[in-house]
Ligand binder design. Structure first.
Ligand code: ATP
Length: 233
């Protein structure tokens, strides 16, 4: 579904991605792991069209999308739950959700306001609260709900569990399991090997702007040396 090939990208004169390559098959859950500052978020920005590539290609369903503006890539069905959530603090929960609503690919059972509220009942209780009146967990649910309202075929979550209490994380993991069951393709950027291993199919470890390790979950769990080398802090 998604192929990222030899992507190079910079912020001004400082290069961050040096030949980033990975792929995601339809229905898969894939992680990008790695320590802080290694280029995971920059990789996501490159996929979303938020950063001009110096080299390399991004393909979605076989078609080159690198070079397209972000709104075109979003219309093709790539949804994002960005690092830091970025919900609109001055809009209500309902407004945050409705402003994202789109079904450009004409999916048969689209995500709607009611479906998102059924999925996250807590958002239903907070529908008329402002984005700035929500707890961290509720904000994260809203960020996921908002991305679902775009009816993505590929959903990217960047550090979705960051700063959340364990009980809230469990609640959100349970929802992500439900999304996986629907066949939605997911990319998770995260650092928590334990929770990711129980959920994802394959993993890529990013270091200094390139993939230095890849493998499925059993391989990740058995390769303690690589986990220590690339992921321990
Ligand atoms: N907007 C920016 N302008 C300049 N440099 C940036 C910008 N965003 C990120 N960087 C730098 O690019 C490098 C990669 O950052 P990136 O956010 O992609 O890493 P990451 O692996 O996602 O880490 P984290 O988990 O901390 O978000 C870092 O050195 C960072 O300081």
């Amino acid at each position: 579904m998604l192929e990222v090939e030899n992507v190079e990208a910079s912020y001004g004169s400082s290069q961050v991605l040096f030949g980033m390559s990975f792929h995601v098959n339809p229905g898969e859950v894939v992680t990008l792991m790695g320590r802080n500052g290694m280029g995971k978020t920059t990789t996501i920005s490159s996929v979303m069209g938020l950063l001009k590539l110096k080299a390399g290609t991004v393909r979605l369903n076989g078609e080159v999308v690198s070079g397209l503006p972000p709104h075109r890539i979003a219309r093709l069905g790539v949804g994002i739950v960005p690092e830091g959530r970025r919900i609109f603090p001055n809009l209500t929960v309902r407004e945050n959700l409705l402003m994202a609503a789109a079904n450009h690919r004409k999916v048969r059972e689209p995500w709607t306001l009611n479906r998102v509220i059924d999925f996250f009942p807590r958002l239903g209780e907070r529908l008329h609260n402002g984005g700035n009146q929500l707890s961290g967990g509720e904000q994260q649910m809203l960020a996921i709900g908002r991305a679902l309202m775009t009816n993505p075929q590929l959903l990217v979550l960047d550090e979705a569990m960051e700063g959340l209490a364990p009980i809230v994380r469990d609640e959100i993991w349970a929802r992500l399991h439900e999304l996986k069951k629907t066949g939605l393709t997911l990319i998770l950027v995260d650092k928590e090997v334990e929770s990711l291993a129980g959920f994802a199919d394959r993993h890529y470890i990013v270091e200094k702007g390139e993939v230095v390790w890849e493998g499925d979950t059993p391989r990740l769990l058995s390769d303690e040396e690589s986990r220590m080398r690339y992921l321990s802090v």
